[in-house]
Design a binder for this molecule. Structure first.
Ligand SMILES: [Zn+2]
Length: 123
């Protein structure tokens, strides 16, 4: 599996956080991760290298969500890194959205959108 076509949403992330710090956006508008998203992040997610930008706690997690017609019922579900490469092996290439989630304050943000591409095995 290899990555392709990464779209980084860091600029939008910074804008949202700036608006919150300036008082233009209430914290609850940013920290609205639902129970399913928090559970998925805890179960499938890996620890982020940075602290939560809102509450500064050290529990921020990154989780993948996979999308694609070829995935059938797996489309729109969460997974971890190892599971993702198994999905790509089984179903083929798909769209991946990487979301950061803080289980403490429920901040969540779509960090990156990218394609996970199946590499054809050499024969
Ligand atoms: Zn937080």
């Amino acid at each position: 599996m290899r990555w392709q076509g990464e779209i980084d949403h860091a600029l939008l992330r910074r804008q949202q956080l700036d608006q919150w710090r300036d008082g233009q956006v209430p914290r609850k508008a940013l920290c609205d991760a639902d129970a399913r998203l928090v559970a998925a992040a805890k179960f499938h997610g890996r620890k982020a290298q940075v602290r939560c930008p809102v509450c500064r706690k050290d529990n921020l997690r990154l989780v993948f969500w996979v999308f694609g017609e070829n995935l059938g019922r797996r489309s729109g579900t969460a997974c971890g890194e190892i599971e993702l490469s198994a999905i790509v092996d089984d179903y083929g290439s798909c769209t991946v959205k990487e979301v950061e989630v803080c289980p403490d304050c429920r901040w969540s943000f779509l960090v990156r959108t990218l394609q996970a591409v199946r590499e054809e095995s050499e024969s």
